[in-house]
Design a protein around this ligand. Structure first.
Ligand code: BEZ
Length: 227
């Protein structure tokens, strides 16, 4: 089946769009500029899990800033509703939401980004129209999609994990490394399979070979820990 739509695959360009947000109108690619971006949707305003999620994202704002990541939320409600709900998010979580939230009541952007849920009959608006699911897109400064994920309405996301992926991607873009399971900033990394042992000796002095295809090295640029 052929489609004109830009596929939302890792490595494809994140579709551009115009949107109304709680901080004014944006053109998405201009909003991203030279930063990284996290575009995340949630089912609806004034819902319990979403209220906790947006509180967590607001609290993590300094960590996104440190990493040059702009965060932008989206739900299928209007601006007025968003503005009222932000007051609740701030109050309940003792935070100040500083990132914009896209008003997508007509589902134009959520359709473009395939965020709508046609399966979960508990996630419909009063007219029976699907709300958005909990989608996340990590997008790099070239506007390339680097991560996609989709969670059900019933399960709040772990935003520390999203930050962890940003750390892994940014480190991997600067160094010829990958990161192992459960890796976190400061842990040893894996020498990229494309790096020969000769190159590794220069790039990662003291790297350790567990198997010819599994070589560990200290994280480039990590602060030395004192015993
Ligand atoms: C919630 O955020 O709690 C929620 C939203 C839609 C469906 C189910 C739960």
């Amino acid at each position: 089946m052929s489609t004109d739509r830009n596929p939302l695959r890792l490595g494809s360009i994140a579709p551009n769009f115009d949107a109304e947000t709680t901080q004014g109108p944006i053109k998405f690619h201009d909003f991203i500029g030279n930063s990284w971006a996290i575009l995340f949707s949630h089912p609806a305003d004034f819902t319990p899990v979403c209220t906790t999620e947006l509180g967590v994202v607001a609290r993590l704002q300094p960590k996104f800033d440190e990493r040059n990541v702009k965060v932008i939320g989206l739900s299928a409600n209007g601006l007025e509703s968003h503005q009222e709900w932000i007051k609740d998010i701030n109050e309940v979580n003792n935070v100040e939401v500083k990132f914009p939230i896209i008003a997508d009541a007509d589902r134009k952007i959520s359709t473009l980004y395939d965020m709508l849920d046609y399966q979960d009959l508990t996630n419909l608006d009063a007219k029976g129209i699907p709300f958005t699911v909990r989608s996340v897109f990590i997008i790099d400064p070239k506007k390339t999609i680097r991560l996609t994920l989709s969670y059900p309405a019933s399960t709040g996301r772990n935003f520390d994990e999203i930050l962890r992926v940003v750390d892994s991607l940014q480190l991997g873009d600067k160094n010829r490394i990958t990161t192992p399971a459960n890796w976190k900033d400061g842990d040893d990394v894996i020498v990229h399979p494309s790096v020969s042992n000769e190159e590794a000796a220069t790039l990662f002095p003291g790297f350790k070979t567990v198997k010819p295809y599994l070589r560990f090295a200290s994280q480039p640029g990590a602060k030395a820990t004192t015993a």
